[in-house]
Design a protein around this ligand. Structure first.
Ligand SMILES: *[C@@H]1O[C@H](CO)[C@@H](O)[C@H](O)[C@H]1NC(C)=O
Ligand SMILES: *[C@@H]1O[C@H](CO)[C@@H](O)[C@H](O)[C@H]1NC(C)=O
Length: 648
């Protein structure tokens, strides 16, 4: 009887899948006619019919067989696998502004896949990054804790983020990420795409664990990030003769050679001694040339290296601990990353254990590059093309979930790590995102445009579809929320052997499922390690108090122009208003046009409450110095550099 029911189930399932598939093939056929065949299309077609020849009847036979097998797998799953927890897919866009998506009100950019995700899930309109730069924001996302707690933020005069693969800074091994927590609960975990939280390789560049040190069982992607310098070519042999250092070097060389020759002639020393002296001279001058040309110790930004070094040493692609591309080939990178995720999904869709896929897009960070078939398609230049290519990647991943019929058993969370980079410009074209009507952007700790990000949760049948939530939420809430949604205990009970830790995030499960209000909370907005603003959330009211503000270029909410331009968090670029804070009522004035008068009781209450919170916070949570203030740990250390070993 049981067998009969199972058989019946398979037939039913097969019927509906068949129709879906037929439809899907129609769409694919047309897509093939229009656009060039994207790797995504190939991928999904191959995945469904591994040996399908081009003849259509044989293709259908193979497909039918594949479906019966798939049906069997799911059939079995429903009979005995009631307790299988949902899969988790986290999609992280890089530097994407909240104003860059159709579902957040952009009328001209085309993001149909993300828009559909939002129609099928919960869209957060007041979703906040814990920092406005990649490294600290991602650290907060993964750990649920402010990165200032473990020094993964910049300070005055340091780098703002992890700047080299070959360095010792990064997410401390004792921090617990959601990957570590879900791994402990038998999830199969993978990180794909940008990491940017430190690799900490061993001598010779071996044993770079990065994501694998933090609960991700596999990794394929960029240990660092995209950066303008990754788009080459850059010269290695540089000798700008006009510069003082090189003039001195040339003179030293000349004087050195002459001295050795004259001295050798005078004392009649052997040819060998002379050659040794020449070698010592060449080595000394060579080292001086290299360090001056390829390191930036002599500048204020002492942690930087030359564009050639960045491209060749930081611009690498790794698979687990192995370097597979050096330097990374940019065209097609988005597709290669997505293909890897599609493989991962297909390999684990019907496993006994659920999976966690953390797909962190390389886009839409500078430099701008797109596959040929997406180039020039958008109405917003190369930046728009990048957004649309990223959206296509989201589409491919969602499509894979649908084709494997794990849609309703997979929690999908889409977000951006922080606001768009307003200053970014290249070849006369803006290459940064659009933060809607919010003021400011990337690199600005307190300014709303730097931290207000898109956030969409979808879990069909478990979370409401097409719902919008305006309650303030944070990327810090991710870890507790995920554990709660997949029905696991909080992190301290899940991992009782590890030391207890305080989380700064709270679970949003009740809010997402049933709109249950969160408890009143205060959020801190850091600019590097400095606290630039605080937010008070009490029931439906939200206030923001500024202690420091950026001095923007007149008539704008940004700090000049340039691909590497960012507002500074300290010094002359900032106006300190600690003694007369500015307060905004975000409930009635979301774009912060009119500060509340400091003569109102409302002002006094908000400032009083937040000052008290801040004093208690500072007493309770002392910040260690920034990891980046340790020069030896931060600068590029060649002996820690992983290399691609040819033929391996
Ligand atoms: C849509 O996004 C583009 C690209 O960032 C931007 O230039 C444009 O202003 C946005 N449009 C709207 C209506 O938000
Ligand atoms: C993980 O798997 C082990 C062994 O199968 C099992 O004992 C344990 O309960 C599982 N953990 C969770 C959280 O499901």
């Amino acid at each position: 009887m049981k067998t009969f029911i199972l058989y019946f189930c398979i037939i039913c399932k097969w019927q509906s899948s068949c129709n879906a598939l037929k439809e899907n093939f129609k769409i694919r056929e047309t897509q093939h006619q229009f656009a060039a065949r994207t790797p995504y299309c190939r991928q999904i077609t191959l995945r469904l019919s591994p040996m399908a020849p081009h003849g259509s009847s044989r293709k259908w036979i193979v497909l039918a067989t594949a479906l019966v097998v798939a049906g069997l797998a799911t059939g079995e799953g429903t009979v005995e696998g009631q307790k299988r927890r949902p899969n988790v897919v986290i999609l992280v866009a890089d530097d994407l502004g909240i104003g860059d998506l159709g579902c957040y009100g952009n009328t001209t950019i085309k993001t149909p896949n993300i828009d559909r995700l939002s129609e099928e899930g919960v869209r957060l309109t007041h979703h906040l990054a814990a920092a406005s730069m990649c490294t600290p924001s991602r650290a907060a996302l993964l750990t649920g804790r402010y990165p200032a707690r473990y020094g993964l933020v910049g300070e005055e005069g340091t780098a703002p983020v992890v700047v080299h693969v070959a360095s010792r800074v990064g997410l401390p091994p004792e921090e617990v990420t959601f990957a570590k927590a879900l791994s402990a609960a038998n999830y199969t975990t993978a990180a794909v795409g940008k990491w940017h939280l430190g690799m900490r390789c061993k001598l010779g560049g071996f044993g770079c664990r990065g994501p694998q040190e933090h609960g991700f069982q596999s990794f394929y992607g960029l240990p660092f990030t995209l950066a303008a310098e990754l788009e080459g070519p850059h010269d290695f042999w540089l000798f700008p003769q006009g510069e003082r250092f090189y003039k001195i070097l040339a003179r030293l060389c000349l004087v050195g050679v002459l001295t050795i020759l004259v001295w050798g002639w005078l004392v009649k020393c052997s040819q060998e001694t002379q050659n040794t002296l020449f070698a010592v001279l060449a080595l000394g001058l060579g080292v001086a040339w290299f360090v001056h040309t390829h390191y930036r110790f002599h500048t204020e930004k002492w942690w930087q290296v030359s564009p050639w070094m960045d491209q060749h040493l930081n611009g690498i692609l790794m698979e687990n601990t192995k370097v597979v591309e050096q330097p990374v080939t940019l065209p097609g990178l988005s597709q290669r990353l997505v293909d890897y995720s599609l493989d991962f999904i297909s390999d684990h869709a019907h496993d006994e254990n659920p999976f966690l896929l953390y797909h962190s897009f390389a886009h839409v960070h500078t430099p701008m590059f797109t596959a040929k078939h997406m180039e020039g398609k958008s109405e917003h230049g190369r930046y728009g093309d990048n957004v649309e290519e990223m959206d296509a990647g989201v589409g491919a991943i969602l499509e894979a979930l649908r084709l494997h019929e794990i849609d309703d058993n997979t929690l999908v969370y889409f977000l951006s790590d922080h606001g768009g980079h307003l200053e970014a410009i290249d070849k006369g074209q803006r290459t940064g995102g659009h933060n809607g009507l919010f003021k400011g952007g990337k690199g600005m700790g307190g300014a709303e445009g730097g931290i207000r990000v898109p956030g969409i949760f979808r879990w069909k049948g478990h979370l409401p579809a097409g719902k919008t939530i305006d309650t303030p939420t944070s990327l810090l809430d991710t870890l507790p929320t995920l554990l709660d949604l997949v029905d696991l205990p909080p992190v301290n009970s899940l991992l009782p052997d590890l030391p207890e830790r305080d989380l700064d995030g709270v679970s949003l499960a009740g809010l997402l499922k049933e709109g249950v209000d969160l408890k009143p909370r205060s959020l801190i907005h850091h600019c590097r390690q400095a606290i630039h603003a605080l937010r008070l959330v009490v029931e439906k009211r939200v206030y923001k108090m500024y202690l420091a503000k950026h001095k923007w270029s007149p008539g704008s909410t940004q700090c000049g122009w340039g691909s590497n331009n960012l507002c500074s968090c300290y010094g002359d670029g900032v106006e300190d208003i600690t003694f007369e804070p500015e307060v905004y009522d975000l409930t009635n004035d979301p774009y912060e046009d009119n500060p509340i008068s400091n003569e109102t009781t409302e002002y006094t209450h908000v400032v009083g409450a937040l000052r008290q919170f801040l004093a208690e916070w500072k007493a309770r949570v002392p910040y260690p110095p920034s990891q980046f203030s340790n020069k030896a740990d931060t600068v590029l250390s060649p002996w820690l550099q992983p290399f691609r070993i040819p033929f391996l």
